[in-house]
Design a protein around this ligand. Structure first.
Ligand SMILES: C[S@@+](CC[C@H](N)C(=O)[O-])C[C@H]1O[C@@H](n2cnc3c(N)ncnc32)[C@H](O)[C@@H]1O
Length: 229
């Protein structure tokens, strides 16, 4: 792997958005004031920030120590209901990703879906209702390298959810998974106007990582987050 030429040397703390897809997580960190570099094994022409195509674990191992803060979203297909139904063999990347993150010596966070929450160490759960979003989309976040997150209070789900991937009846929230209908609505609800359906079904709403990034900047401080490249 060659050294990426797109990593700048500004004073913003640098964040690695690994397994970045179309950048739901990355945009939240961007809003929180990080200089974000995404890495994904596939080309991601819709990724709105600095991007490098490659294997996430190899990239973390080679370049991770040069970032102030690291985020990882290893693919969740291994743990979805769909995967269990079809008995597909997807690699479980959670454990090797954790090893690579720990080896950097940097603060980090790794997220996944409910089906994989039992593989995460003491995860914090985030829900759209915590951020005023009109979707629930629970995601679980493990932290390491000296970074911790508080568990926010979980508001009651007072609005019913449409069935997974199905059109949304009036007065319901959408789930936006699989081949869901209503891409324009999903873009609005999750604040991801640049994404297509493939990105939306995978993404973390930027509101989640904006909050995580702000918490990291406040609690870790510039001295920890700014590393010499
Ligand atoms: C769940 S999505 C990430 C969603 C993203 N965090 C967001 O908020 O938009 C997982 C991504 O991991 C990528 N991926 C899978 N295996 C990978 C690997 N070994 N290295 C890098 N990326 C990988 C997939 O291409 C996919 O885009």
């Amino acid at each position: 792997m060659t050294h990426p030429t797109d990593i700048p040397r500004e004073h913003q703390p640098r964040l690695l958005d690994s397994y970045c897809c179309q950048g739901g997580a990355g945009m939240g960190y961007h809003y929180a004031g990080f200089y974000v570099t995404g890495v994904d094994k596939d080309p991601q022409p819709r990724y709105p920030l600095s991007f490098h195509q490659g294997d996430a674990i190899a990239f973390i191992r080679e370049f991770g120590a040069g970032f102030g803060f690291l985020h990882a979203s290893p693919p969740c297909q291994h743990d979805t209901d769909c995967q269990r139904l079809h008995n597909n063999a997807h690699p479980d990347l959670i454990s090797p990703t954790r090893e690579a993150l720990n080896a950097t010596g940097r603060p980090w966070i790794m997220e996944n879906v409910r089906g994989a929450a039992h593989k995460l160490h003491r995860p914090v759960m985030l829900c759209g209702a915590m951020f005023g979003l009109k979707t629930y989309r629970h995601r679980y976040f493990e932290t390491g390298g000296g970074f911790t997150l508080p568990q926010l209070p979980h508001p009651a789900h007072t609005v019913p959810q449409a069935k997974m991937g199905r059109p949304i009846p009036p007065g319901h929230y959408g789930q936006f998974v699989g081949n869901f209908s209503g891409v324009d609505l999903a873009r609005q609800v999750m604040d991801v106007p640049w994404m297509n359906r493939d990105g939306i079904r995978e993404c973390i709403p930027p509101a989640y990582t904006r909050w995580i990034g702000s918490h990291a900047r406040t609690h870790l401080g510039a001295a920890v987050l700014e590393v010499a490249a």
